[in-house]
Design a protein around this ligand. Structure first.
Ligand SMILES: [Zn+2]
Length: 138
């Protein structure tokens, strides 16, 4: 899978993730991140438990032409460190992996790379067009 450069995540997308994680707790929220150009703008939601995540991922992986920037899931317990299964999952699904915990606000998440090392993921204010905003961002 191609690893593309990512500039950040759209604020609306992060807010969606935080909201979904909050409303899913105490169950886990999980999804795959997709980028439009260099910005993560899409979340493909996976069924929400640690045990089912891998099989759901495998099914999504089979979709043609699917490019995944990374993943997101919540740890309703609040520990934001990746587990061993998380690290295995990270190594297969792109290079930007968000773990969200309570209180599910803009400070309560961490991004890791495919090896489980913390990395920065800037929050970007992006205007969404209905059709396609390509790379012409302000
Ligand atoms: Zn986890």
């Amino acid at each position: 899978m191609r690893r593309k450069r990512i500039a950040g995540i759209a604020r609306d997308t992060l807010n969606f993730i935080l909201e979904a994680s909050r409303s899913t707790a105490p169950s886990e929220f999980a999804g795959l991140l997709q980028a439009d150009g260099e910005i993560i703008t899409e979340v493909l939601i996976l069924p929400g438990t640690e045990s089912s995540r891998m099989s759901a991922l495998v099914r999504l992986y089979m979709l043609p032409n699917m490019q995944v920037a990374g993943s997101v899931h919540s740890h309703p317990s609040g520990a934001l460190r990746p587990s061993e299964p998380d690290l295995l999952f990270f190594s297969r699904t792109g290079d930007y992996h968000i773990i969200v915990g309570p209180p599910f606000d803009e400070q309560s998440w961490v991004c890791y790379n495919a090896s489980g090392v913390r990395r920065d993921l800037p929050i970007l204010d992006v205007k969404f067009d209905d059709d396609d905003f390509d790379d012409d961002l302000d």
